[in-house]
Design a protein around this ligand. Structure first.
Ligand code: HEC
Ligand code: HEC
Ligand code: HEC
Length: 118
């Protein structure tokens, strides 16, 4: 290869990788999961969680995900593995926040059983 050929192939390389950065950064955007989830509520029946609504209201994913991974079935898996007690997330995360926000006079979620379980 002569110098000119090397310069041209370098230029091509830079152009191609430069362009490819755009779709790559798109792919690497955070996976926010399903906008609505149905959670296993045991004998009391399933619980519908408006995931997207909560993401918008809460902002910090870790408020919920500190206790279980960001993958489908993670909550049940953590309970089965004994890392979480039954109703722990329900009481300490969901209902705790709904009580707190209600007390503060802010927009809040339900605290009675049948409003969450169906
Ligand atoms: C109100 C609590 C809560 C908040 C806040 C929350 N999540 Fe989740 N997320 C859940 C629950 C519950 C699941 C379901 C886990 C399971 O299936 O066991 C879940 C599941 C997921 C999944 C797995 C895919 C799916 O659709 O089940 C991803 C990815 C995810 N969340 C990303 C996020 C990101 C990113 C944020 C912050 C921007 C966030 N979550 C904020 C509760 C929350
Ligand atoms: C804010 C929504 C919400 C309210 C209100 C609520 N729950 Fe739950 N409940 C959940 C979620 C989410 C789960 C699954 C996560 C967990 O076990 O912590 C659950 C799980 C359960 C389970 C299954 C636990 C297991 O692992 O077997 C039972 C039983 C239950 N709830 C009963 C109740 C009763 C009784 C009430 C009323 C006193 C109630 N829940 C109020 C959301 C709620
Ligand atoms: C840090 C605070 C916070 C946590 C944690 C939280 N919520 Fe909520 N939730 C809210 C607020 C605020 C609203 C009212 C949002 C609105 O209507 O704009 C709400 C609304 C709701 C509603 C009513 C939604 C509707 O419009 O139908 C349900 C059901 C609910 N939450 C279930 C849950 C469950 C289940 C969990 C736990 C997995 C949970 N929430 C965790 C703050 C929280």
């Amino acid at each position: 290869m002569n110098k000119k050929a090397i310069t041209i192939s370098l230029a091509v390389c830079i152009t191609v990788t430069g362009l490819s950065l755009i779709p790559v950064s798109g792919v690497m955007a955070q996976d926010k999961g399903r906008p609505e989830l149905t959670l296993n509520g045991g004998s009391k029946g399933p619980v519908l969680l408006k995931h997207q609504l909560h993401q918008a209201v809460i902002q910090d994913c870790a408020v919920c995900h500190k206790d279980f991974e960001k993958k489908p079935g993670a909550l049940d898996e953590a309970k089965k593995a004994g890392l979480l007690k039954a109703k722990q997330v329900m009481t300490k995360t969901c209902i705790a926040c709904h009580k707190e926000t209600k007390k503060a006079g802010k927009k809040s979620g339900p605290t009675n059983c049948n409003a969450c379980h169906s």
